[in-house]
Design a protein around this ligand. Structure first.
Ligand SMILES: Cc1ncc(COP(=O)(O)O)c(C=O)c1O
Length: 382
């Protein structure tokens, strides 16, 4: 079994070194800054701000890009709730877009249709999510958003190192946000980072995460309303160490994902979701569509339970479209009534898509075991 998070000797040495330095919080010239530089370079971005979580990174980038009270922002309904709640915190209103069944990412066509209907330009921000690590269709999404005058934040929480048309994701839109929460391909238990090529956005995000100080300013002068969302040196030490071997792990996950596709070839009950040819996935998750035949008879939970009993490592994934989450009914936030919204592909994905987590793909043996368990499950449930 591949243990996750990884207990790696090099990470341990790096962590101890930071611990013994006695500098645990962010300091000028410290490890957080070094990590920001290296992570930005790896993702071909000019600027990076390391923060406490992906959620914090989303909130601060939405704010830096001008998302305001009463504005709308478009996002897929098949994502983690933070993509939405970061904007809700600014009293902006989520507009949910359906996904493409081939990638499970925001459908560019559905987005275009929604933007066309938005005659009075209330949608100020579009948030494509690189779900599972497969890049969203950024060219079309960014072009449509620009035409509408909307900014784009890539939710790259799951997409460390993923490639879209020859470029790593994260700074292709106006900003991009990654997460280092425990399950992610790189992790320090918690953490996040914002990437951007826009200096104005960078200095704003930096200031917001640092109590509203100027990046080169004095300690007790606060020019913006800001908070403390700073990453610690201890987190950055672990992440910097992980980044050094990230390319290698990326390739291992990719190799085992391809192995899984081969093992599933011709198996009628399963259709793995594969990255389009012009992309490379980070393989944070390997999503699999289960056949209608199997689902209508047994349901997703049963298939997952049976596969796990046979040694497969699979999870059920999102149980419902985001707009059905009870949280959105909380009257305090004065959100629209989504009860009549039904996005067909999102609904179907919540019913029929299961996920293999990334750490399984770090081992050929575990990948094979999970594929075999799924195949056996389908045979025996038939
Ligand atoms: C798509 C997506 N967006 C945002 C987040 C939020 O990241 P965090 O948990 O670091 O706040 C996550 C992960 O948890 C995620 O998967």
């Amino acid at each position: 079994m591949v243990k996750w998070p990884p207990v790696n000797p090099s990470d341990e040495d790096a962590l101890l070194k930071a611990f013994r330095s006695g500098r645990w919080g962010r300091v000028p010239g410290g490890v957080v800054e070094e990590f920001e530089g290296e992570f930005a370079k790896y993702h071909e971005a000019k600027y990076a701000v390391a923060v406490t979580s992906g959620t914090a990174g989303l909130l601060l980038s939405y704010l830096a890009l001008g998302l305001n009270e009463g504005d709308q922002f478009a996002l897929p309904a098949y994502t983690f709730i933070a993509t939405a709640t970061a904007g809700v915190m600014l009293r902006a209103v989520p507009v949910f877009i359906d996904i493409d069944p081939e990638t499970l990412n925001m459908s560019a066509d559905s987005l275009k249709a929604t933007l066309e209907e938005d005659k009075d330009n209330r949608i100020k921000l579009v948030v494509p999510v690189h779900f599972s690590g497969i890049p969203a269709e950024l060219s079309e999404i960014i072009n449509a958003s620009r035409r509408h005058g909307a900014k784009v934040v890539e939710d790259a929480a799951q997409a460390h190192g993923a490639v879209y048309r020859g470029r790593r994701v994260g700074a292709i839109g106006d900003a991009g946000v990654f997460s280092f929460q425990s399950s992610k391909n790189m992790t320090a238990g918690e953490g996040g980072i914002v990437l951007t090529n826009d200096y104005e956005v960078y200095v704003k995000v930096w200031s917001y995460h640092h109590a509203g100080r100027d990046i080169n300013g004095e300690w007790y002068v606060h020019r913006l309303i800001g908070w403390n969302f700073r990453m610690t040196e201890l987190q950055a030490a672990i992440l910097l160490s992980q980044l050094k071997r990230y390319d290698e792990e990326f390739r291992v996950r990719e190799r085992n994902a391809k192995l899984l596709y081969e093992l599933m070839e011709g198996v009628e009950d399963y259709r793995p979701v594969k990255p389009p040819a012009h992309t490379s996935s980070s393989n944070h998750l390997l999503p699999i569509w289960i056949s209608e035949r199997l689902i209508s008879r047994h349901g997703k939970a049963r298939v997952v339970e049976e596969a796990r009993r046979r040694g497969g490592e699979v999870v059920e994934g999102y149980p419902m479209p985001l707009y059905r989450q009870p949280a959105f009914k909380d009257s305090y936030w004065r959100l629209p009534d989504y009860s009549r919204l039904s996005l067909p592909v999102t609904e179907d994905a919540c019913r029929r898509v299961i996920w293999i987590p990334q750490h399984v793909l770090l081992s050929e043996e575990e990948t094979r075991r999970t594929a075999e368990a799924l195949i056996k499950t389908a045979k025996e449930l038939s």
